[in-house]
Design a protein around this ligand. Structure first.
Ligand code: PRT
Ligand code: ZN
Length: 290
């Protein structure tokens, strides 16, 4: 058997599920090279002291809390449910969903305050219990491991508390959301028992992953403009610190290079065009180390 205690750090990720593809994509974008076969239990990176361990998502927080692995990538919803003793390090920007309270479309229930003495089906009993306690409601929790949405139509429950992303599963089962309990996305968690030596490797890995995440929020932009409008352009795109400016062979014209945040991308481009920038070239940013 291969020895995984070889000085490398260990990262647990979901073996086969909704988070797997995006997690592998993020690790590859961070420059980590490893083989990944469907049946494998772990992979060793060739170019970084890291072993990747493939687990069921529900087990990942316990492995991290116990120190059996140093890091894990898992939905925040599981950490909120299990309340494991781990430290959240980074929000990863995928696996978005919300834990919601829903009832059958024809149900007279319109708010959580009407759930007293009602049956609520869920795979998240702890989160549900805390939610009901906070609201001062005495509901009966029916724990179901999968296909929670079907419980009301089988008369097993009056309401459900389940994860929702697109909302199509609820619609298919004639359910409507009446309250959102919390939002969730995939997160990177760290064990609280990582040794000093391993923590140095963990820090390096976090810099790499943060570099990829930061880059996703920016676009690299090059444009030409008359020199006279440089100040106006600088106001529109302050850049990370300041834009790079070089002169063009046409007298009085300059070329400007900078980055624009994704969330204000189109309005920024429109403003640049309005003030007279031309030949605007936009490129993706691969990594951004701040
Ligand atoms: O086998 P393993 O135990 O590892 O996987 P799993 O089957 O328990 O989990 P999996 O792969 O379904 O989900 C892994 C993680 O993805 C979850 O813990 C969440 O963090 C995240 N995630 C994001 C979701 C959803 N979106 C989601 N929509 N997890 C589950 N769902 C389910 C939801 O329970 C409902 O049945 O999808 C259905 C609703 O989807 P929509 O799009 O119809 O609203
Ligand atoms: Zn699971």
């Amino acid at each position: 058997m291969k020895n995984l205690n070889n000085g490398s750090i260990k990262l647990a990720i979901q073996k086969n599920g909704r988070l797997t593809e995006s997690t592998l994509g993020l690790l590859k974008s961070a420059g980590l090279e490893f083989e990944n076969y469907k049946k494998q239990l772990f992979s060793s990176c060739w170019n970084f002291p890291l072993n990747i361990v493939y687990l069921r998502d529900d087990d990942i927080p316990d492995y991290v809390a116990s120190g059996a692995v140093d890091l894990g990538i898992v939905g925040e919803n599981i950490i909120i449910e299990q309340r494991n003793d781990v430290t959240m390090q980074l929000k990863l920007g995928f696996g978005y969903c919300s834990l919601c309270l829903a009832v059958p479309k024809e149900s007279p229930i319109t708010s959580s305050s009407e759930l007293n003495n009602k049956k609520i089906a869920t795979s998240y009993p702890q989160s549900t219990k805390r939610y009901l306690n906070e609201k001062g409601i005495e509901g009966e929790i029916v724990k179901i491991n999968g296909s929670v949405e079907i419980a009301p139509s089988l008369a097993m429950a009056d309401a459900v508390i389940d994860l929702v992303s697109s909302g199509s599963t609820l619609a298919l089962n004639d359910l409507r959301v009446i309250e959102k309990i919390f939002d969730s996305q995939a997160v990177l968690i760290k064990s609280n028992t990582v040794s000093k030596v391993k923590n140095n490797i963990v820090k390096k890995l976090l810099i790499r992953i943060s570099g990829v995440l930061a880059a996703q929020n920016y676009k690299y932009v090059m444009m030409n403009a008359p020199e006279s409008i440089l100040k106006t352009i600088q106001k529109i795109v302050p850049g990370l610190k300041s834009p790079t400016v070089s002169s063009l062979s046409t007298k009085g014209w300059i070329s400007i290079q900078t980055v624009i945040k994704e969330d204000v991308f189109w309005e920024t481009i429109e403003k640049l065009k309005e003030v007279g920038a031309t030949g605007i070239l936009v490129l993706p940013v691969e990594k951004l180390i701040l």
